[in-house]
Design a protein around this ligand. Structure first.
Ligand SMILES: [Zn+2]
Length: 73
């Protein structure tokens, strides 16, 4: 392997990109981790089974949709 190939190999992402699923609290505007993760490439087609979240910021249970979600590393 020459130097050029080694540099490329280090920059290539390894495997799927896993993101954490965060939901924005409608009351406080803060992001709350759902505890779930998703492969970024699968997110667009992913079906969410139980979009409920007990929110640590306002102590309420939020129903959320994919529109409320922020994906984070
Ligand atoms: Zn909340």
């Amino acid at each position: 392997m020459n130097k050029f190939m080694l540099t490329r190999a280090l920059k290539e992402p390894k495997g799927p990109i896993i993101k954490r699923i965060l939901v924005r609290c409608p009351s406080t505007g803060k992001l709350t981790p759902t505890g779930d993760t998703v492969e970024e490439a699968l997110w667009a087609d992913m079906k969410i089974k139980k979009p409920k979240l007990r929110c640590p910021h306002c102590s309420q249970v939020h129903l959320w949709t994919k529109k409320d979600v922020v994906l984070a590393r």
